[in-house]
Structure formats: structure tokens, C-alpha cells
Design a protein around this ligand. Structure first.
Ligand code: MGD
Ligand code: MGD
Ligand code: MO
Length: 766
């Protein structure tokens, strides 16, 4: 901890014992079913568990708040997974935070509690206000809360002094109204969690194929010959994807897992439902695990492309008709030596050869990826190298093939589609203006990193968060905390208590909202919302559970109320939206491409696909109307002597900053999250024992950031690489270390040193 940092922003150090065992070989299976039931019944009780879990991802149910993986059209009655069930249970928990809670605890006292404890206190149940200088929140009425916000907005020097963040669970309807309000107000300051997530994918793919989204349907997995799973841990973060992989495998596809860690989900998989059919054996998934060093995926892609060129395994027809830049790419590939590729990746020639053979013999290849590629300085380039590999074989816009960035939050892709973006295109704004009659600002707004910098220099007076947990999700925790303390008013629209409610601006509001699982009744009529999954399918989501409190408002209603107080009904009839969400969808039809006849089409079973020209017709909306081979020089992966490269990843028991428990079952780590996974040989070389207490310092541009007290754990990870969990490790991620072009924090590439702690503190069980 640096001296000047407000202590409350950090996850407190818990002195807990850690238990380590072998990594699990089989994902899902009975332990997953047991864990689902344990979490669900503990938090929701038996009746709510039965009611909620049978509504997940069903035609008339709600979209799982877990991840953005699509639902199969032949959805079974169990379209959820262990971690989706945990997300549901966490939102639908019966416990609520009562009136006396905030008079009992000051913000400072609460900030000494762990993230796990905060989340476990239950659902937020009424609006709360912390006046400037106050130490406690107090209940406040909705009307008072709205007038505090509008007064602050009206008193700003200019609209760009306000920033409006979104986390990716917000529905299309709420997100559309939110960006509309913000643009009517006069700013494009709309940062979102995507800036820390798949921004690099959007940037990379817009340049290569002219759309910032993937190009596969779920059905393509059944028709594929080869699936690359790169920098992604689906067993934990997208468990329903394992079913698609299993089915692909049964249909003869090969799977290559490219990851510094041997992630359990990719080794063997057992579908929980198979027990119902008395099938007890598990199935292997990945045919090949390429245990690359962190950050070396571009080098690997060049190696694979070398092999394709050698074997002439390219689709010359596709290349000639649809692409540009192939001969330059060939020169670039030839200029890179095998020695460099083997050194960077740490792989053996035979391994790359084998993968190259799979690629060469595949008639339909899918490449999936997530944060292992996006959160790197060269993330955009890495994704473009993956695209180059696929374009070479013509694996775009044909069955069984395509690019598949696997999104995180369940509606992060939809939020972007309906306008949550600080850098809107001119064509987007023109259509929005035509459809809604507003005049939208043109100056680009602030992304997440720029927001933190602007706060820090005192240029933000209102910070409004539609969901999320900004202080814990962002890098460089003390800088963020300092920045937030300079903001006049911070507003959090939330379901659960988190650290961002405690580390606030001068004044702070908490507005409790309905979650996905809850019924949303407006004027006596039940409403549904819509979301877009990772593959561009827009469909309904309707909660059925009784809301956690009768004081909760829907996000739609919160935005409409604020907008109505600001602008009245003159340009846009804001007052009508909360009564009937069809009226919002009508406006979306008029104002956003691809949503014609929205209300009718979204009522069809399964919803509808948004247009995707590369996938549908091999049409590329790039400036030259071609798919572009992009040439990027290989990054310099040299690490200073004695230092490590650290990646910050998720455990099996968390949803981003929401901590469900202290275990990471698949990785065989139990009891404590404050661990650093290291190669055993590196530990021996440094004289570190298993579970020894160490301090980690990150080094960037001459600045050293230190976080104390981690337990070193030997793990199957390449030498020179280490891994920690986020959010705990976020204080080590430098704010200025961001990806080229996408400005995404490099959460998977932090140069650090690890030294034994001076004072070893004995670990006690809590
Ligand atoms: N249960 C659960 N589900 C979730 C989430 C959650 O927290 N919990 N979060 C949601 C969100 S918002 C997101 S974005 C997704 C995140 O899903 P993932 O991207 O799977 O999440 P991470 O834990 O960040 O895992 C990154 C993976 O990349 C690997 N990796 C790191 N660096 C490199 C590299 O340089 N090269 C390669 N090839 N691999 C690398 C890591 O070993 C790890 O397996 O999951 C979503 N779903
Ligand atoms: N070091 C490091 N940092 C990272 C990452 C990493 O891999 N490493 N990953 C990054 C990624 S990929 C992402 S997406 C971000 C995540 O950043 P965020 O999206 O900001 O964080 P979450 O933890 O998902 O937000 C959880 C909070 O959202 C609120 N919430 C939940 N459901 C709802 C809802 O329906 N409505 C509303 N209004 N609120 C709701 C709850 O109060 C909960 O506490 O973190 C990023 N930060
Ligand atoms: Mo994410």
C-alpha cells in the first residue's frame, strides 16, 4: 500500500489458511451440481431456488445474469450452469439490508470488511444518501434523490463535467434510454466495462472485417473441424460453452487450448444432465494444450501461419476475392524466425507443428478468445493475428467457421449496440438524431482510463454508475480512490452492496434497482426487457420472482425519471417510457440499425439475429470494402532480470468483483484468495517455500506499487509467469499501462517482483 492511499479502497488483507490440492481433471459433474444447490438453497431457500433455476434461459424466463454465452435453440429445462446458478442465487437472495444497517456501520467501518462480507449482507432495499462530510448513509426518498441528481447536473459548468458509466448487465431498453438522456444532456462521456474487457476485440475486428463483433452462430460449433480456445477459461467463466465444445467434439472437431494454465474445463467435461441419463463417464475436450508464455500468442499465430504457407493450406479464392494485404503478410511472416517464435512462446517445435497440421487439415475453423488476449498492450495486434490466421484459410462467412470473441457481462454487447459508447460513429449519431429528434454532441467522450485521469485532475463533478463496481474493477486502486474523492456527487444504481458505495465523491447516492430475476410490473402490467448475447441474438428476458423490496425501481424507470425532471416531455416524451416498454422498443426501431419491427420480432421464440455482413454475406464494411490482413510487428516480450510477468485472473468463486467464496475448486486452491501462483522451479530458485508469505511490487515507468502479504503457491504455469486474482491485485495494475488503440488496462501483463515478506504473519482460520 502506498502511503497516500485511502485505506478503504483496498480489499482488506484476510489472514486465512490456504489448502492446496491437485488441479481438478474434470469440469462440471457432481461436484458442480452439489455446489449449485449449496449456494442456491443457502441464499434463496428451497422454493425460490426451484422457481428461479427453472426460469433461467427459458423462452418465458429471464436471461442468465452470468455470462453472454448464447442459449441453444433446443434449450433443455436446465439451461444454466454452476456459476450461472451462483449469479442467480446471489441476486435472488432473500436477505436484504435493513434500515438500521447504515446507522450501525459508518462507511469507514464497512470499508474494513471483505468484499465477500459486503456482498453477503443482502440486497439493497431503499435509496440512500451520504451528505458531504457525513460518515453514514441515511435513507432518502426517491423524489429527493432524483432532485439531488438533477440539481447537480443543472449546476455543472458544462455537460462534459459529468460521466456516466455502465456495467454490462443493463438491458437494451435501459441502456438505450440512458445513452439518450446523456446525449440529450450534451456529452458522450459514456465509459463502460467493455473498455476493460473486449474493447480490443472491437477495435481489432473493425479494422479487419468491418464490424466489431464475432462472426459465428452457435450452430457453427456443430459443423466445425477445429476450434481454438485462446486466453479463455470457459470451465469457470462460460461453463455452458463446454456443452457446445463437447457436442462439437462428438461431431469430430478437434480442440486446441492455448493458455499459460491447463484450465480444467478444457481437459475433461461431464455434463451435469448426463447423470439423469445414467452416463457416468466424463469426456475429454482439448486435443492439444499449448502452454504458451503470457503475451506470446502473436508469435504462436505467426508460427501457425508459417506452417499453412509451407503446406499451401490457404484459400486462394477467398484471399483474391475478399481480402487485401496478403502478400505483405507473407513477407512479414517469412521475416520472423522459428527461433524467435520458440523463444517467445516457450513451446516445442513439435507442439506447434501438430497444431499447424490441425489448422492445415481443417475445412472450418473457429477461433474463440477472451481476456487472455484483450488485456494486453498488444491485445489489438494479437487479435488481428488470430484474424489473419482465419482469413488465410477463408474461415469467415461459411458454416462451421469464424471469429468468436466470447463476451463477458450478459448484455455488454447489447449495451454497445444501442449506444453505450464514448466514441460513437457519425452514422450512429445521424440515425439516432433522425429517430429521436435530439441533437447529439460530436466530441468523443471519456473511456474508463480517461475518466479516472479526469477525476484525478478534478474535472469530474458528477459520476453516475449504472451498475458495476468501479473502484474495485479498475486498475491502480489508490489513484481511483483519490480521483473519486474529488467528485462532487457519485451515484450508484445497484443491486448489491460493494466497495464503490464506500469509496465515494463528496456526496453519494445509492439507488437500489430491480435485478434480472425479479418481476417488473409497471402500472399493473408485467414488462419484459431484451438483451443481445455474444452471437448477436436479441431476445426477451423476464423475471418472475417477487422483488427484494417494494422500494426498488427498474433501471428504465430510474433513467426516465431523471430525464423527465431534466428535459420534461418536449423533445422526447420521457414520462411514457416506464409505463410500457414497447414504447422504448418502438423508438429503438426508429433510431438504431438492425431493429426494424423490434416488438414483433423479439416476441418470436428465440428472438432474432442482428445483421452481421461478414458472417451473412462475406461483405466487409471497411474503407476498402475488403477483409484486411493487418501487419503488426511482434511485441518485445523481454522481461527485466529477476522480474515476473503477472496476469490477474478470476477464480471459480467470483463474478468479477463479487466474491461468492474463498475457493478456486478447479485449480485446487481453497480458503484464501490472496495467493500468487508460481512455477515451482522459480520458487526454488528464489528460495521460496510453498505458502510462504510474499510481497509483490509492480514496476512501470519507474513507479513501484507494492501490495503486501500474498501466499506463494506452486502451480503448473510457465517459468517467469505468475498469476493472482482480481480485484485484490488491481492496486498493482498501473493506470497508464494500457493496450495500444483500445486503451484497455493491461491486466494480463504486469511486470513485478516478488520478495519474501519481512514479517511473516501466522495464518489463522477465520
Ligand atoms: N463465473 C464467472 N463467469 C464470468 C465472470 C466471472 O467473473 N465469473 N466474468 C465475466 C466477464 S465480465 C468476462 S470478461 C469473462 C472473462 O472470462 P475469461 O477471459 O475466461 O476470464 P479470466 O479469468 O480473466 O481468464 C483469462 C484466461 O486467459 C489466460 N491468459 C492470460 N494471459 C494470457 C495470454 O497472454 N495468452 C493466453 N493464450 N492466455 C492467457 C488465463 O490463464 C485465463 O485462463 O467471463 C464472464 N463470466
Ligand atoms: N485486474 C483486473 N481487473 C479487471 C479485469 C481483470 O481480468 N483483471 N476484468 C475487467 C472486466 S473484463 C470487467 S467486465 C470489469 C467488470 O467491472 P464492473 O462491471 O464494474 O464490475 P462487476 O463486479 O461486474 O459489478 C458488480 C456490481 O454490479 C451491481 N449489479 C449487479 N447486477 C446489477 C443489475 O442488474 N443492475 C444494476 N444496476 N447493478 C447490478 C451489483 O451492485 C454488483 O456489486 O472488471 C475489469 N477489471
Ligand atoms: Mo468483462
Amino acid at each position: 500500500m502506498t502511503d497516500h492511499s485511502p485505506p478503504s479502497a483496498f480489499t482488506p488483507i484476510e489472514k486465512r489458511r490456504v489448502k492446496i490440492s491437485n488441479t481438478k481433471k474434470v469440469a462440471a459433474g457432481i461436484p458442480a451440481t452439489m455446489s449449485t444447490m449449496k449456494h442456491s438453497i443457502k441464499k434463496m431457500g428451497i422454493i425460490r431456488t426451484a422457481k428461479s433455476l427453472t426460469m433461467v434461459n427459458q423462452k418465458h424466463g429471464f436471461d442468465c445474469p452470468g455470462c453472454a454465452w448464447p442459449d441453444p435453440s433446443h434449450a433443455t429445462s436446465f439451461e444454466f450452469c454452476e456459476n450461472g446458478a451462483k449469479a442467480v442465487a446471489d441476486e435472488a437472495m432473500k436477505r436484504t439490508i435493513g434500515r438500521d444497517f447504515f446507522s450501525r456501520f459508518s462507511l469507514e467501518e464497512l470499508s474494513m470488511k471483505s468484499d465477500y462480507w459486503l456482498n453477503n449482507q443482502g440486497r439493497l432495499s431503499e435509496p440512500l444518501y451520504k451528505k458531504p462530510q457525513d460518515t453514514h448513509y441515511r435513507p432518502i426518498s426517491w423524489d429527493e434523490a432524483f432532485s439531488i441528481i438533477t440539481n447537480q447536473m443543472n449546476s455543472l459548468e458544462n455537460p462534459n463535467k459529468a460521466v456516466f458509466y455502465t456495467s454490462g448487465r443493463t438491458s437494451n431498453e435501459a441502456a438505450f434510454l440512458y445513452q439518450l438522456m446523456v446525449r440529450q444532456f450534451g456529452t458522450n462521456n459514456l465509459p463502460d466495462c467493455s473498455n476493460m474487457c473486449h474493447e480490443s476485440s472491437g477495435r481489432a475486428l473493425s479494422q479487419t472485417i468491418g464490424i466489431g463483433k464475432g462472426t459465428v452462430f452457435l450452430e457453427d460449433f456443430d459443423k466445425s473441424d477445429l476450434i481454438l480456445v485462446i486466453g479463455q477459461n470457459p470451465g469457470t467463466n462460460h461453463p455452458r460453452m463446454l456443452t457446445a465444445l463437447r457436442d462439437a467434439k462428438r461431431n469430430g472437431a478437434k480442440i486446441i487450448h492455448i493458455n499459460p494454465l491447463p484450465e480444467t474445463g478444457l481437459v475433461r467435461f461431464k455434463h451435469p444432465q448426463d447423470y439423469l441419463k445414467f452416463r457416468f463417464s466424463s469426456e475429454s475436450l482439448a486435443d492439444l494444450h499449448l502452454q504458451v508464455k503470457i503475451g506470446s500468442d502473436s508469435a504462436l499465430m505467426i508460427g501457425l501461419m508459417k506452417i499453412l504457407l509451407e503446406k499451401n493450406a490457404i484459400d486462394q479464392g477467398f484471399i483474391d476475392e475478399h481480402t487485401e494485404g496478403f502478400s505483405n503478410l507473407c513477407d512479414h511472416i517469412r521475416s520472423i524466425s522459428w527461433a524467435k517464435i520458440l523463444k517467445d512462446t516457450g513451446l516445442e517445435m513439435e507442439e506447434i507443428q501438430k497444431a499447424g497440421e490441425y489448422c492445415a487439415s481443417s475445412k472450418a475453423t473457429i477461433a474463440c478468445w477472451a481476456m487472455g488476449l484483450t488485456q494486453h498492450k498488444h491485445g489489438v495486434a494479437m487479435i488481428q493475428d488470430v484474424s489473419n490466421l482465419l482469413l488465410m484459410g477463408g474461415h469467415i462467412g461459411k458454416p462451421g467457421a469464424g471469429l468468436c470473441p466470447v463476451r463477458g457481462h450478459s448484455n455488454v454487447q447489447g449495451d454497445r449496440t444501442v449506444g453505450i459508447w464514448e466514441r460513437p460513429t457519425e452514422s450512429f449519431l445521424l440515425k439516432l438524431e433522425k429517430g429521436t429528434g435530439i441533437k447529439a454532441p460530436r466530441e468523443h467522450g471519456l473511456d474508463v482510463v480517461e475518466t479516472i485521469q479526469a477525476m484525478h485532475s478534478g474535472n469530474v463533478d458528477l459520476f453516475f454508475c449504472m451498475g458495476g463496481n468501479f473502484v474495485s474493477a479498475t486498475p491502480d486502486t489508490p489513484i481511483v480512490a483519490e480521483g473519486l474523492s474529488k467528485v462532487g456527487l457519485t451515484v450508484q444504481v445497484s443491486t448489491k452492496l460493494n466497495r464503490s458505495h464506500l469509496v465515494t465523491g463528496d456526496a453519494a447516492l445509492i439507488l437500489p434497482c430491480l435485478g434480472r430475476t425479479e418481476s417488473d410490473i409497471q402500472d399493473g402490467l408485467p414488462q419484459f426487457v431484451t438483451v443481445e448475447n455474444s452471437m448477436g441474438v436479441v431476445h426477451q428476458s423476464q423475471g418472475k420472482l417477487k422483488p427484494a423490496s417494494d422500494q426498488l425501481k427498474s433501471e428504465v424507470s430510474i433513467v426516465s425519471n431523471i430525464a423527465y425532471s431534466l428535459f420534461g416531455d418536449d423533445a422526447i416524451t420521457w414520462s411514457k417510457f416506464p409505463q410500457n416498454y414497447d414504447s422504448i422498443r418502438e423508438l429503438i426501431s426508429e433510431s438504431i440499425n438492425g431493429f426494424d419491427d423490434y416488438n414483433a420480432r423479439v416476441r418470436k421464440p428465440g428472438g432474432f439475429y442482428l445483421p452481421n455482413p461478414p458472417r451473412d454475406k462475406r461483405i466487409f464494411h471497411t474503407p476498402n470494402k475488403k477483409a484486411n490482413f493487418m501487419i503488426n510487428s511482434l511485441p518485445d516480450l523481454t522481461v527485466p532480470q529477476e522480474k515476473f510477468v503477472m496476469m490477474t485472473i478470476r477464480s471459480h468463486d467470483q463474478y468479477n468483483t463479487t466474491i461468492y467464496g474463498h475457493d478456486d475448486r478447479y485449480r485446487g486452491i481453497k480458503g484464501n484468495r490472496r495467493v500468487v501462483l508460481m512455477n515451482a522451479k522459480d520458487m526454488i530458485q528464489r528460495g521460496l517455500k510453498s505458502k510462504q508469505v510474499v510481497d509483490i511490487s509492480s514496476h512501470f515507468n519507474g513507479v513501484v506499487r507494492t501490495a503486501k502479504h500474498w501466499l506463494a503457491i506452486p502451480y503448473d504455469i510457465p517459468r517467469g509467469n505468475v498469476a493472482t486474482y482480481f480485484p485484490e491485485a488491481n492496486q498493482l495494475v498501473p493506470l497508464e499501462s494500457t493496450a495500444d488503440l483500445s486503451n484497455t488496462p493491461t491486466s494480463k501483463w504486469v511486470i513485478c517482483s516478488i520478495i519474501p515478506s519481512k514479517r511473516e504473519i501466522a495464518h489463522e482460520e477465520e
